[in-house]
Ligand binder design. Structure first.
Ligand SMILES: N[C@@H](CCC(=O)N[C@@H](CS)C(=O)NCC(=O)O)C(=O)O
Length: 210
């Protein structure tokens, strides 16, 4: 049984959606980042970067336990472990997915995350920062909208770990003040993904909020 250490945030939900998609059994360990539990030594032994989520797979490579942090790496690991086409075996398709996964990890996650800090119940008003991250967020939506106008999913025409990584962030569009109606291809994709049973279940771990 895989141990998942997580909280109700977009990064946490990437991994619970993936585990649901793969039908892997897992146990949820709540790490309440609002209470600072990500700094506790037991969690740091799994995620030295003090960020959720993390996993422990007792049945890792070579039959030995493996601990992992960083969602991009965890998604790749879980797909490799199960030989899932959510990370395609075909090299060209795989690189397409890798590009959009890296785009999420280096762009969407950090930029939307900063937009939330400065735009959603900010501790202090910093208009220059709010404006900068809002603009960058909208630029990323434009890129995503164009890409989703070319195909059904972010990479190729197949659902992949790139979609799984991006979806929970787009679901927080209220926090970064983006109206999905302005990005019709993203809206279509967001609605379609919500129809997947694994997405519905994974988004509710450990509980759903927007
Ligand atoms: N690049 C990391 C980012 C993880 C991350 O930022 N997690 C946030 C929640 S979404 C967190 O743990 N924040 C705790 C904190 O800021 O102290 C990943 O993809 O795993």
């Amino acid at each position: 049984m895989i141990e998942l250490f997580t909280w109700a945030t977009p990064n946490g939900r990437k991994v619970s959606i993936m585990l649901e998609e793969l039908g892997l059994e897992y146990n949820v360990n709540e790490v309440n980042i609002g209470k600072g539990e990500q700094h506790e030594p037991d969690f740091l032994a799994i995620s030295p970067n003090n960020r959720i989520p993390g996993i422990i797979d007792p049945d890792g490579p070579g039959g030995k336990p493996i601990k992992m942090f960083e969602t991009g790496a965890i998604l790749i690991y879980l797909a490799e472990k199960t030989k899932s086409e959510l990370y395609p075996s075909d090299m060209r398709k795989r690189m397409e997915v890798t590009q959009w996964l890296m785009w999420q990890m280096g762009g969407v996650g950090p930029m939307f995350g900063q937009a939330h800090v400065f735009m959603f119940k900010p501790k202090e008003d910093v208009p220059q920062a709010a404006d900068r991250y809002h603009k960058e967020t909208k630029r990323l939506y434009k890129v995503m909208n164009e890409q989703l106008g070319k195909g059904r999913y972010l990479a190729n025409d197949d659902y992949s770990i790139a979609d799984i990584a991006t979806f929970p962030w787009v679901d927080r569009n209220n926090r970064h003040q983006v109206d999905l109606a302005e990005y019709p291809n993203v809206k279509r994709w967001h609605e379609e993904l919500w129809e997947r049973p694994a997405v519905k279940k994974g988004m509710d771990v450990p509980f759903y909020n927007t």
